[in-house]
Ligand binder design. Structure first.
Ligand code: NG6
Ligand code: CA
Length: 520
């Protein structure tokens, strides 16, 4: 009996153990799933100057972009998503801080600018860091570095590490501005102490070169691409830049390898952090000028270096996707692919962007481009991708990159103080593809302000002259001394100004804009 009872006891014990472990395991699994869902890896792939019509999924024909198209075919392809501004620095500022750049008077920065995000400000990376993420920025920065004058031979700070990134590997400003070096965390990479690095900027490019290095003005025969006056400063790797650079020869970048170097750093970062949540902000140099892709991309498009740079950028997107697949973390990773502003063809270098364009339309069906207040200044290819979580669809929801801060906060269940991320609206459901209800009202920054209210678009007049955008760049700037009002439902190319006929709507738009920018 005793033994029988014992058997029964053991059997019951066994049964209970099995049930107990089954419950434990199922709760483990659901907890793992939940935490994976609550804390996906997040990668922001940020192209530079890529226009609404520049990739296959948005209509491009003369350059193949199979990897970006793959994201679009397996995620949400947005048709009305925007960078916060029509130029780089303000867009990046808004993306990382959730506030509009006009509040900080952030405009395109020179290469020696100080950091424009104050350490201690809540940023997208600092929020994620607080929530257990390892964070990195690898690529073009263009948000300034240091407090006053930076000594590039010492610790360069504050920078990304002081505003929420655990790791940074940067092209400090832009490809067309000195210093033409990489900065890893606080230090210039490969700098030889006996050849100190200095930079200097002047408004007059004809002013004497303060350093030994040849310039585009003194040695045009050394150039791979001829440049305009503004881009005729120091020559580094056969490309003249904006500004002058002294010393730092061992640290010079090689434009052809730039993308490969950044990609390798990104892949290393993903590999090192595959076990726990990470945030990778990956701002490409492509397809900004100077467009000097690796020679293996030569002829990948029929549009010359600008098209080949698109092909290189697309290939890089593919490398990131396959890294995630190889590591088995594709389903735990959300990718946002987008661009910092609209397209430009001639932005300072003779790279045949205009001559070889054929009927390619960088702005797609829209009007304007980089620098412009028209839609193509900010409406850019935008895709959210997260296999297993984000469905495949096309979404016409209106939203802005300034919304990423609050949307990502919502995704990780982080309650943000209402004074932080002040201009950022929670577009979580839109980005995850479960809703198509975007913003009603959205500000568009350029050299003036644009305002979207549903299907209406208003452009604030400006007394300053921006004819150089229209004339030198061949881009319709949309900036004028008169007010402009368009109904995008019937006039998506913003050709028929209705400011004189839709008076009530005009007044409404004017006052909505005033509410945001706080003007009397
Ligand atoms: C402009 C440059 C342009 C580009 C741009 C910034 C001149 C004449 N033009 O001032 O070439 O560098 O700044 O581009 O200097 S952005 O994408 O980083 O905003
Ligand atoms: Ca840009």
């Amino acid at each position: 009996m005793i033994s029988h009872n014992n058997f029964i006891t053991i059997d019951i014990f066994k049964v209970y153990s099995v049930i107990f472990f089954a419950i434990l395991c199922s709760s483990c699994t659901s907890e793992t799933n939940n935490s994976v869902r609550e804390k996906p890896n997040i990668i922001v792939l940020y192209a530079d100057d890529l226009g609404y019509g520049d990739v296959g999924a948005y209509g491009a024909k003369y350059v193949k972009t199979p990897n970006i198209d793959y994201l679009a075919k397996n995620g949400v392809k947005f048709t009305d998503a925007h960078s916060a501004s029509a130029t780089c620095t303000p867009s990046r500022y808004s993306l990382l801080t959730g506030s509009y750049a006009f509040r900080r008077k952030a405009t395109v920065l020179p290469g020696d600018a100080s950091l424009i995000i104050t350490p201690g400000t809540m940023t997208l990376p600092s929020m994620l860091q607080k929530n257990g993420y390892t964070t990195a920025v690898i690529g073009k920065w263009h948000l300034g570095l240091g407090n006053e004058t930076v000594d590039w031979n010492k610790k360069v700070a504050p920078g990304p590490l002081e505003i929420g990134f655990d790791y940074s590997y940067l092209l400090p400003s832009t490809g067309d501005r000195v210093p033409s070096v990489f900065l890893e965390n606080h230090k210039v990479v490969n700098l030889d102490k006996t050849d100190p690095l200095e930079i200097s900027f002047t408004n007059d490019p004809k002013q004497p070169n303060p350093y030994k290095r040849p310039t585009g003005i003194t040695h045009p025969e050394l150039l791979k691409q001829q440049a305009d006056e503004q881009h005729s400063g120091s020559i580094i790797n056969g490309i003249s830049r904006i500004g002058f650079m002294g010393g730092g020869i061992s640290a010079e970048i090689v434009d052809e390898n730039l993308n490969d170097v950044l990609l390798k750093k990104a892949v290393d970062f993903i590999n090192q952090n595959k076990e726990h949540p990470f945030f990778l902000y990956f701002p490409f140099h492509d397809i900004h000028v100077p467009r000097v892709p690796h020679p293996r991309f030569k002829g990948k498009s029929t549009m010359g270096p600008r098209g080949d740079a698109i092909a290189q950028m697309d290939w890089t997107v593919g490398q990131i996707i396959s890294t995630l697949k190889q590591l088995g973390i594709e389903k735990q990773t959300m990718i946002i692919f987008t661009s910092d502003n609209g397209p430009v063809l001639n932005d300072g270098y003779e790279d045949e962007a205009v001559e070889r364009l054929k009927d390619h339309q960088p702005s797609g069906i829209l009007r304007g481009g980089k620098y412009s207040a028209f839609e193509a200044g900010t409406r850019v290819p935008t895709i959210s991708y997260w296999p297993g979580t984000i469905p495949n669809k096309v979404s016409s929801a209106l939203w802005s990159q300034v919304d990423l801060c609050s949307s990502i906060a919502a995704m990780i269940n982080y309650k943000v103080d209402e004074h932080k991320f002040i201009d950022s609206q929670n577009m979580q459901d839109v980005i995850l593809g479960t809703s198509e209800v975007g913003r009603d009202i959205m500000l568009q920054e350029s050299y003036t302000f644009g305002l979207r209210f549903k299907n209406w678009k208003y452009i604030k007049p400006s007394s300053k002259d921006y004819r150089w955008v229209d004339e030198d760049k061949g881009i319709a700037s949309g900036i004028d001394t008169i007010e402009k009002l368009y109904d995008l439902n019937i006039d998506p190319r913003e050709l028929r100004n209705q400011a004189n006929t839709e008076i009530e709507k005009l007044q409404q738009m004017r006052s909505l804009l005033k509410d945001i920018i706080n003007e009397d």
